[in-house]
Design a protein around this ligand. Structure first.
Ligand code: AHR
Length: 505
């Protein structure tokens, strides 16, 4: 038997990072592939409701308790005319969708999505088109969505059957405008000016909204950092959040290196925080800029198959990554990274929600199922609400191709004082040794282990299908508390959720 690794941790309710903003458990639905058509919506599906939304999918979304969903894109939004998606469906145009090379039938648009989000119990994080369009359309769309009535666009909404305004609170000022692939791609100076002016006008329409300005599409962009600095210098007083996007993959099949990628996410977040704070200092501002990590996930399995897809069809199976067990481990580490930065990351969206690089998969006309990554997302969303604590961790480390001193133990903890619940999320990155965790919880007197959930599998490449859920958690973890010490064996390559609750004498 392999000798277990040993790691220690101290948790104390005084060591707080910040209250967790529940919106970090947000997600994303883009008009892309089968996310909308065949995903959340399929009018002739046996489980379709009166509006054509799949009830089986809604059940899974509700299980995840997704608090916020970004919509309608993504790259899609940069070529989207929102007017195509409102009013009588029969009169809506079929359009060439240029970002992804498909046909957009516009069966679902802003109002239907607002209805779907309400059914799912989620807020909408709406995006405006700053690719082919600009200030005028942004203010018209906002007037259409949020103004109560008595103006052209609000009355148009009412005439479409929506008397009550949608009151969307959070708005993205375009998408990935630094990317050469983006329709209407701009330099940082061009985008920064447009975003500032658009923000200004949108706030005249509705001063209660919150605005997200585009950061870089990923940390590897050649303009990264310079883009953030230029854009923030032009928009700092107009916006509330700057966006971050990242996707990881394991194309070289180097799992130790792959599981360390969440350290890159940590570095990315910390780099963007420092740029925000540099601009804050430069502008002598009192305001703190927050981060919206509004696209994050694993994305690489579908790259090759997507190259073979036929163009100009409706809802082809694009970006349908089938996730394996090791992807779930990395997703767990990425969720921990978000929790470790709860003081600055206030919104995050797992990209995406259904079929397209998603935790939920469906078959047209058939079933729906949970991918492997569904589980860490579910656990964090359900049990990770409260205050994020700063654990003091001592863990053995390893080196991989791109990283040094990678801790075998990756962990975060959330304390919910009201519910008297403390949840420890922990990944053991070791592929061959269990990790014996010893955690000082003396400060949480009276707490006992309610449950120790474990996601583990002998095969790192195991996947879930419609027929068989091979990767799913069990609750046979051995965590136990005695004398203020929590001890648990974290199996090799595992995601763990240790739930402590207070018992009254
Ligand atoms: O989520 C898929 C795509 O990834 C989005 O449309 C785009 O914003 C990003 O590049």
């Amino acid at each position: 038997m392999t000798t277990p690794l040993k790691a220690s941790m101290v948790l104390d309710s005084a060591f707080t990072i910040a209250p967790v903003d529940n919106r970090i458990y947000g997600s994303f639905i883009e008009h892309l592939g089968r996310a909308v058509y065949g995903g959340i919506y399929e009018a002739d599906h046996p489980e379709a409701d009166e509006q054509g939304f799949r009830k089986d999918v809604l059940r899974l979304v509700k299980e995840l308790q997704v608090p916020l969903v970004r919509y309608p894109g993504g790259n899609f939004v940069s070529g989207y005319n929102w007017e195509d998606g409102v009013g009588p469906v029969a009169q809506r145009p079929r359009k060439l969708e240029l970002a992804w090379g498909t046909i957009e039938p516009n069966w679902v648009g802003t109002n239907e999505f607002a209805d779907w989000a309400k059914k799912a119990g989620a807020e909408v994080n709406m995006a405006v088109n700053l690719g082919t369009r600009g200030i005028d359309d942004a203010r018209n769309l906002l007037e259409y969505c949020n103004h109560p009535g008595g103006s052209y666009y609000s009355d148009l909404r009412i005439s479409h059957g929506y008397k009550e305004p949608h009151r969307f609170k959070t708005w993205c000022l375009g998408n990935e405008m630094d990317g050469p692939w983006q329709i209407g791609h701009k330099t940082a100076a061009e985008y920064g000016r447009l975003a500032a002016e658009t923000a200004n006008v949108m706030r005249l329409v509705d001063p209660s909204i919150e605005l997200v300005v585009c950061g870089s599409s990923n940390r590897g962009m050649p303009t990264f950092a310079e883009w953030e600095a230029t854009v923030l210098d032009l928009t700092y007083r107009h916006v509330d959040y700057i966006s971050l996007h990242t996707y990881y993959g394991n194309r070289s099949n180097d799992t130790p290196n792959y599981l360390a990628r969440s350290l890159d996410m940590d570095n990315f977040i910390e780099a963007v925080i420092s740029i925000c704070d540099y601009i804050k200092a430069k502008q002598r501002s009192k305001k703190t800029m927050y981060l919206s990590f509004d696209e994050w996930n694993v994305w690489y399995h579908s790259h090759d198959q997507d190259k073979k897809l036929e163009k100009w069809t409706i809802a082809p199976p694009q970006l349908e990554d089938v996730y394996n067990f090791e992807d779930a481990l990395l997703v767990g580490c990425m969720l921990i990274s978000l929790l470790k930065h709860a003081d600055r990351v206030k919104i995050a969206c797992m990209a995406q929600l259904v079929n397209v690089i998603a935790p939920i998969m469906t078959r047209n006309g058939g079933g729906s199922w949970r991918q492997t990554i569904f589980y860490p997302y579910l656990h964090a969303s359900v049990y990770g609400r409260g205050v994020s604590l700063r654990p003091v961790i001592k863990s053995p480390v390893y080196d991989s191709k791109d990283f040094t001193d990678v801790p075998y133990l990756e962990s975060a903890a959330v304390w919910n004082e009201e519910q008297e619940a403390l949840t420890v999320f922990a990944v053991n990155r070791s592929l061959d040794a269990p990790l014996q965790l010893e955690c000082d919880v003396r400060q949480f007197a009276g707490y006992r282990v309610a449950e120790h959930l474990v996601l583990e599998h002998d095969d790192l490449k195991a996947v879930n299908t419609e027929e068989e859920e091979r990767v799913k958690p069990h609750n046979r973890g051995n965590a136990a508390i005695s004398d203020g010490k929590l001890e648990a064996a974290l199996p090799k390559a595992s995601w763990n959720v240790i739930r402590l609750v207070r018992t009254r004498p």
